[in-house]
Write a protein that binds this ligand. Structure first.
Ligand code: CAA
Ligand code: FAD
Length: 384
């Protein structure tokens, strides 16, 4: 066993860290306040090769490993989780799903520009559309229909809570083709945002990750060519589940970054802030809070890296990915709350960043499978 990173992995971490501090930190409070999508930052990340990190170079990607992806996600999430969720969805749901399960034609046509993140000089990213108003955790209960018409499908229904909903050019849509077959009748499709019948709903006004553009998307008699179905007929639910396994490593790393960002701020503040004639870091209760933060964060980091390593080794990472996600997201919520506490009243106002990190942390316990769903996945895995 080797806990050392390679030079390449460390270089990716450093590049992500520099980018986050130089390009994401300025304006992060304003973007959060105004719910402004970080388009400029995502465009620059695309230019640096961060939007298709694990995609093979022949499909426009950077050919990196999942460990590098975890390191980059942590660094970006320390500063701006609205940027990192966009990076995560494009990398670990959209690009991964297409690289792993798409046809050669789909890879040439869609994966290559999505991995580059830019097409014809414009931002070109994707979104993953599984959730519906009545099918969130209960993901097999798909109401969106894709009627098989021979050489094409006709798509009808509504998806909600879609990250990159308005900014994406390409949607990976999960829909029910044959309800009699239950989850085995579900398919996954590549749908272009500008096709007739596709409508982007209003942007959600959220507690956290307010820069991320979350929208509902509706489909009315949208014609989807058969060649845009991903995999064999009925593969859609397994496609979603397999893709989400990797996505959960991305969100676990996002949670890790939010936690470690809050910890770094709390540590620095505890050295500066004086109370009772000395820096608050001299008070043992503050020291113990910092010790617990550092310990939980390190455990979350090891979980993320183990899941990433298993993925890179082509091992089964269902269990480790879910453990990483539930542990890192709960660590993020706890750590950010304690970071606000260490800042006292200053933690409660926007200038000090920790209140935003606390609001951003909450979503990591909800999306890509709630903490309750992760516990279902973990318990099924250990009990089988
Ligand atoms: N890999 C492969 N197949 C899988 C699988 C996996 N990890 N998990 C389940 N399956 C298969 C099962 O084997 C079964 O197929 P068979 O009948 O052929 O064996 C089929 O899928 C149905 O599985 P279950 O009976 O276990 O289904 P279930 O109804 O009990 O639900 C669940 C399982 C794990 C709870 C699943 O519904 C789930 O993950 N729900 C959460 C949904 C979710 O994570 N949504 C995230 C949306 S994307 C997002 O959120 C992005 C973002 O925010 C940025
Ligand atoms: P529900 O499934 O209704 O759950 C409500 C509560 O009941 C939760 O606490 C849940 O854990 C619990 N619960 C449900 N079932 C069980 C059970 N069997 N046992 C125990 N407890 C249970 N989805 C996408 O497809 N693509 C996206 O890009 C995307 N981005 C998102 C971005 C944001 C900001 C948000 C808020 C959501 C996003 N989602 C996205 C949707 C997200 O994945 C769902 O919100 C999530 O899966 C939970 O579904 P739900 O909201 O319907 O809650």
């Amino acid at each position: 066993m080797n806990f050392e990173f390679t030079e390449e992995q460390l270089a990716v971490k450093q590049a992500a860290r520099d980018f986050a501090r130089q390009e994401c930190l300025p304006g992060v409070i304003e973007r959060d306040e105004l719910q402004r999508f970080p388009k400029e930052q995502i465009y620059k990340l695309a230019e640096l090769g961060f939007m298709g990190m694990m995609v093979k170079p022949e499909y426009g990607g950077s050919g990196m490993d999942t460990i590098s992806y975890v390191l980059a996600m942590e660094e970006i999430s320390k500063i701006d989780a609205s940027v990192s969720v966009c990076v995560s969805v494009n990398n670990s749901l959209v690009c991964y799903g297409l690289q792993e399960y798409g046809s050669e034609e789909q890879k040439q046509k869609y994966l290559t520009p999505l991995a580059q993140g830019i097409k014809d000089g414009e931002l070109y990213i994707g979104a993953f559309l599984l959730s519906e108003p009545e099918a969130g955790s209960d993901a097999t209960s798909q109401r969106t229909t894709a009627e098989d018409k021979g050489d094409h499908y006709v798509l009808n229904g509504i998806k909600n809570w879609i990250t990159n909903g308005n900014s994406a050019s390409v949607y990976l849509v999960i829909a029910q083709t044959d309800p009699a077959k239950g989850h085995k009748g579900i398919n996954a499709f590549i749908v272009e945002k500008n096709w007739p019948g596709v409508t982007v709903g209003a942007k959600e006004n959220k507690l956290g990750i307010r820069g991320s553009d979350t929208h509902s998307i509706s489909f009315q008699d949208v014609i989807v060519p058969k060649e845009n179905r991903i995999g064999a007929d009925g593969f859609g639910f397994k496609f979603a589940m397999k893709t989400l396994e990797g996505g959960r490593i991305g969100i676990a790393s996002q949670a890790l970054g939010i936690a470690s960002g809050a910890y770094e701020l709390a540590l620095a503040y505890s050295k500066e802030r004086k109370a009772f004639g000395q820096p608050i870091m001299n008070h043992q209760i503050i020291q113990f809070k910092l010790a617990d933060m550092a310990t939980k964060i390190e455990a979350a980091r090891l979980f993320c890296l183990k899941a990433a390593w298993e993925k890179d080794q082509h091992l089964d990472y269902t269990l480790s990915g879910s453990m990483a996600k539930v542990f890192a997201s709960e660590t993020a919520m706890w750590t950010t709350t304690e970071a606000v506490q260490i800042h006292g009243g200053y933690g409660y106002v926007k200038e000090f960043h920790v209140e935003r990190l606390m609001r951003d942390a909450k979503i990591t316990q909800i999306y890509e499978g709630t903490s309750e769903i992760q516990r279902i996945v973990i318990s099924r895995s250990i009990l089988k």
